[in-house]
Design a protein around this ligand. Sequence first.
Ligand SMILES: Cc1ncc(COP(=O)(O)O)c(C=O)c1O
Length: 382
Amino acid sequence: MEDKHMLMIPGPTPVPEKVLLSLAKHPIGHRSGDFSKVIAEINQGLKWLHQTKNEVLSLTVSGTGAMEAGMINFLSPGDRVLVGVNGKFGDRWAQIAEAFGMKTERISAEWGQPLDTEEFRTKLEADTNKEIKAVIITHSETSTGVLNDLETINKHVKAHGEALIIVDAVTSLGAYNIPIDDWGLDVVASGSQKGYMIPPGLGFVCVSDKAWAAYENSKYPRFYMDLGKYKKANAKDSSPFTPPVNLMYGLQTALQMMQREGLENIFARHQRLTKASRAAAKAMGLKLFAPDNAASTAVTAIEPAPIDAEKIRVNIRKKYDIALAGGQDHLKGKIFRIGHLGFVSDRDLLTAISCLEATVIELGADNFDPKAGVKAAAAALA
Ligand SMILES: Cc1ncc(COP(=O)(O)O)c(C=O)c1O
């Protein structure tokens, strides 16, 4: 059936009709007074969403662009950095650091397991000469559905005193409580096609005063990615370059919707969807890839062996027009992932679980109890 596609991937996420209609407006001049008012409202909304008084800068980049900008504005070639790697996106942080010639130390955990916070503590406590310039973490590791313990790792960083904490919150911002100012997070990167409920195209970087002080000493050459330019422009409710005007209209509308729902309710909804997805998988006898105490609220990864995970993903796409995410790299065929990030309701999740049940039955459910999924999910949502 035409135009009935349902996105249950961890980005791009579904876009509300109100936002789609805002995107369809005629663009106006980005230097006009009217557009300045849009930027001013967005900047206030971004601060609210980030729970911060810090500057939140909007760049026309994807999440990776925000990550790169979040690194090269505050560090210098040869800087020693600790990077948490327990999935595809932690590995990406390390690759960026290596590409820019930083002395990159990976603190790794098996994909599907959370980072060991003690390893960070040990390395940071041993660094009495204060050589470590930054600790770089993926909060919600989308490739495996693991939520890393950012709060504890950040406490160790604060005890060190010198290092910046740089965070990929691409799939945790707007899905999990991250009190940026209370925790004192220095650089927080995110992207529009996730909890923001708008299409891809914008990256966001939230910057603390401590990070701005480090900016003054950073030695990397940069131009488009120079966050100082964005800071100056923000102060005048403007942007250094032409922003994606229509996407900004969409962001304005999405932030209004989020403020009406309220942060507490948004976080509670994501917790509920996570609980329901995990309850459904367990009841069906499908193995969860991430442990209960480190579950991302954006995405649930499921290991359906002996059924090939790709078969589930492809079947559900073909027969029910629901997009689930597959496994990445060595996890392809091993796991599939249900996204429940952003504009996702209880009804959406129950739909996805019932179609998953039907798919598991079609593929041969000898080892599973496919009829138990919806029941368990509904009970968890109740
Ligand atoms: C945790 C995480 N970090 C970074 C990215 C990269 O974002 P992008 O593909 O927008 O560059 C993603 C995208 O899925 C992600 O989930």
